[in-house]
Design a protein around this ligand. Sequence first.
Ligand code: GLA
Length: 387
Amino acid sequence: MKETVLKKFEEIFGDTKDVNVYFAPGRVNMIGEHTDYNGGHVFPCALTIGTYAAVRKREDDKLRFYSMNFEKLGVIESTIVNIKPEEEADWTNYPKGVMWAFEKRGFKMTSGLDVVLYGNIPNGSGLSSSASLEVLTGYYLRDLFGFDVTNIDLALIGQYSENNFNGMNCGIMDQFASAMGKKDNAIFLNTADLSYEYAPLVLDGAKIVVTNSNVKHKLVDSEYNVRRSECEKALEELQTVIGINGLGDLSEEQFETYKTAIKDEVRVRRAKHAVYENQRTIRAVEALKNNDVALFGELMNASHVSLRDDYQVSCEEIDVLVEEAWKIPGVIGSRITGGGFGGCTVSIVKDEAVEEFKEKVGAAYKERVGKTADFYVVEIGDGPSKL
Ligand code: GLA
C-alpha cells in the first residue's frame, strides 16, 4: 500500500522527496453498541484495513489534498489560515476539522501540507472510515509538527472535531479503537472515565466474519443525533430520582425500579437498551475471560434484538443478514455493528462453517433483499503507525 500511495503522490505532486507514509485502522465493535455516549462500556477492535496517507510539508500555508477514493474530485485546496467547515471542501472537512481541533488546544501548524490518501475500508460500511481518517490526521500532524499529545488525545481530538466541526455527535469508541488498537486484542473501554484493558480475541476454532449489507440509509447521522438526545433526556428524568452521571451507572434492577421517572414510552426503551447493553458488554468480556465463547455469542444475539426492537437502529437488510446467520449451527453469535441503519453485521463463526456461512447467508440475502452482501474474515490489527 505504501508504494501505491507514494506512486500517486509523485503523479499528483511531482516527486516523493521528504514524503512520509502513515496508516490508521478502522474498527469493528464486538458488543457495546450505543453505550459510548451514555457512560457505558464498549468492546471494539482495530482492523488491519484502514486509511493510508502520504504527506509532505509545504513552504507556504496551502493545504492540498487528493484522495484515491474520490479521484473525480481531484486536488482539493485550502489553507491553514482560519480553518472552517466548507461544503466545497467535501471529505477534506475531516482532516481540516482535526487541524482546527489541534489549534483549539494551542497546537499551531507552522506550514501547509500536500496529502494523498487511500482507504481500503469499504465506503459507508460502518467500519469507521471517518474515525480512521481523523486519527490518521492527528497522527501525522503530531509526527510532522512535534505536537505533544498521547494516542488517547488523538482519539479525543478526532471526536471533538467530528462533533464540533462536522456536526456528528459521535461518542469516543471509534476514534479510541483506531488510536489504541492492539493486534489480536479487543479493547474493553469504560467510556465514563476512559479506563480500558485489552482482552485477547484470538478465538480457538472460530473466526470473526464481518458481513457488509452494502446499504447505508440516509438517516444515519440525523437519527443518531436523535437517539443521543433521547438518552440525554431520559437521563435527566432519572436524575430526578437517583444520583447517577450516566445511564451506564445503572444496573438492570435499578433501571426497572426507577424507570417510571421517564415520562415517554419511546425514551424508556432507548434508556433500557443503553442500560442492558452496558451490562451485557461487561458480562460478555467476563465470559470471554472464562473461555465461554458460547455465552459471548448469546449476548451478541441479545444485543442485536435490543438494537432492533428497543433502540430501533437496525433495518430490514441487516435483520435478514442476522436472521440467516442465526439459522446456521456453526454460528456462535451475530449482530449489527456500528451506528446502524445499514452497514455491517459481525458474527463469530466456527472455522468449518465459514464457507457455508458465506454461501447460505449470501444466497438468502440475494433472494430476500435482492442485493449482494460482501464477507470479510477480519484480522485484528494495531493502532496507527508510520510506515
Ligand atoms: C457510531 C459512533 C460511535 C458509537 C456507535 C454506536 O459508530 O461513531 O461513537 O456511538 O456508532 O455504538
